[in-house]
Design a protein around this ligand. Structure first.
Ligand code: SAH
Ligand code: F3S
Length: 481
């Protein structure tokens, strides 16, 4: 453990806490994946018990926390820019403290304190329960670091404080870490080994959300299909579990079923699925329960077998097509989305063509596409030269984005003239008189507000579309309300 605690620091921090009562203000900002946003809700909960109220106003914060992402270099640069802004605010609020949480904290450790003078505290994703101690340390005028990774921390016992919530949709984390070791990816280094959360605590959280009026949950993990609860501990240690533990183990399909049955009127989504781990059992479970949404985020990264191998993605293009065919057979109207990387080391024009042809086969509903960004410490960074010129990466990226836009439009057009159930999430970004919601396939739908209200399920007749949005008119409430 890289932190230090001194008695005097604890004493003065306690005195400060007593003086300030419930008055201290926490400003927390999150970057990167949904898991980070979900983790920030855990952090807000831990700090609420320490007398911190969250604020949306940076200028009135006593403690600023930034939950960071390391997935691409650009994500880190964005955070570093943000730290400059915090620095400017601190000039007028000298007592304000700044902590870096999440993946950058884990990757850079105490180096961050040296590189960014504004930073007082560096806390990795498994160390949030130590925040009260670390804050005492910082209150005492010292820097604090805890970047210890854990083999059993899932924060299953922490009830998240919902931040920036619409009161309708929420994330529930079910696994932490990742064991897959894709060669380009920094996540296994920043988030540690894979472990699953107790299904009982997941069900409690889902039931609590329902009781508070939420209508949709997204079960979150780097690789949800790999979920496996056998009483706690790392996924890789399952083999060592007792016969009894193995016999009562809960896999992802079973967990989905438990959640679907616990709240039959609640919509259930999940993310992310890794093609190599997604089972037919999961697809059948999705088909069996009407409240599990017909949408799968199924990143493939590349359409070339040679590149998939170099990425350590443990499936081929043909395996992926077989999975897609099964999904389409079992859930005919299932939406599928992708993540893609262009310009992975050694990627040729032919490899790129393979990616385009894979996309033609699947015709994804939507996608998230990136140019390869070398991440220090990953196998790709250590073994392979980042040899695709930046201009080539960009050009290939534009080509796949273009093709995706075409496929997006093809998919949205299939919804025209249909009547679809939409859950209203809030006001449309483009018009105050329109609602915005999603259909089961996760496509955004906008329609006139009329007398409908946020959080209601409505049947919407789809009349028009863009490549990413459906435009319609509500016909009435659905029986789900
Ligand atoms: N399983 C994870 C993946 C996390 S990273 C999940 O839950 O989404 C999200 C996406 O970022 C990956 O699917 C990949 O397409 C992209 N990505 C990861 N590392 C990258 C890198 N080094 N360069 C560019 N894109 C990357
Ligand atoms: Fe990263 Fe691959 Fe895991 S993309 S999060 S190592 S599944």
């Amino acid at each position: 453990m890289e932190k230090t605690i001194t008695e005097s620091a604890q004493g003065s921090a306690l005195a400060l806490k007593e003086r300030q009562g419930n008055q201290r203000k926490l400003y927390i900002e999150s970057y990167g994946c949904q898991m980070n946003f979900s983790d920030s809700e855990i952090v807000a909960s831990i700090l609420a018990n320490e007398g911190f109220n969250t604020t949306d106003v940076l200028e009135e914060a006593d403690l600023v926390l930034v939950n960071t992402c390391s997935i691409r270099e650009k994500a880190e640069l964005t955070v570093r820019k943000r730290l400059e802004k915090f620095n400017a605010v601190k000039k007028h609020r000298p007592h304000m403290k700044v902590g870096v949480l999440g993946c950058m904290a884990e990757r850079l450790k105490s180096q961050l304190l040296e590189e960014e003078k504004i930073v007082d505290m560096v806390v990795g994703p498994d160390a949030y329960k130590d925040l009260p101690n670390l804050i005492q340390e910082v209150d005492g005028g010292r820097n604090a670091v805890n970047v210890l990774l854990s083999k059993d921390e899932t924060y299953g016992d922490v009830a998240p404080v919902r931040l920036n919530t619409n009161g309708v949709t929420a994330f529930v984390s079910i696994t932490r870490g990742c064991d897959n070791m894709c060669t380009f990816c920094v996540v296994p280094f920043t988030r540690g080994r894979e472990r699953s959360r107790d299904p009982h605590s997941i069900l409690l959280e889902v039931n609590d959300l329902w009781a508070k009026g939420f209508k949709e949950v997204t079960l979150l993990g780097q690789n949800v299909d790999s979920y496996l609860w056998y009483g706690g501990g790392l996924k890789k240690d399952f083999e060592k579990a007792t016969d009894m533990q193995q016999a009562i183990a809960v896999n992802f399909a079973k967990l989905l079923e438990l959640v679907a049955l616990a709240q039959p009127k609640m919509r259930i989504r999940f993310s992310t699925s890794n093609p190599q781990d997604m089972t037919l059992e999961v697809i059948h479970t999705m088909a069996k329960y009407a409240n599990i949404c017909n949408y799968i985020h199924l990143p493939v990264q590349s359409g070339s077998n040679r590149i998939l191998k170099a990425m350590n993605r443990l499936h081929t293009r043909e395996d992926y097509f077989a999975l897609i065919d099964n999904i389409r057979k079992i859930i005919p109207d299932c939406a599928i989305s992708q993540d893609m990387i262009t310009g992975f080391p050694t990627e040729t024009e032919q490899d790129h063509q393979d990616t385009l042809s894979l996309m033609e086969y699947v015709k994804y509903d939507f996608g998230f596409m990136f140019a390869y960004s070398e991440r220090p410490g990953t196998l790709a960074a250590r073994k392979l030269k980042d040899d695709v010129p930046e201009a080539t990466k960009k050009r290939r990226l534009l080509e796949i984005i273009d093709l995706q836009r075409k496929h997006g439009l093809y998919r949205t057009q299939q919804h025209i003239d249909k009547v679809e159930e939409v859950l209203i999430e809030g006001t449309s970004k483009k018009s105050d008189i329109q609602w915005m919601g999603r259909n089961s396939q996760n496509t955004v739908v906008v329609f006139p507000k009329e007398h409908y209200r946020i959080g209601e399920f409505v049947n919407v007749k789809i009349n028009d579309c863009t490549s990413a949005t459906l435009i319609g008119k509500a016909l009435g409430h659905t029986p789900n309300n």
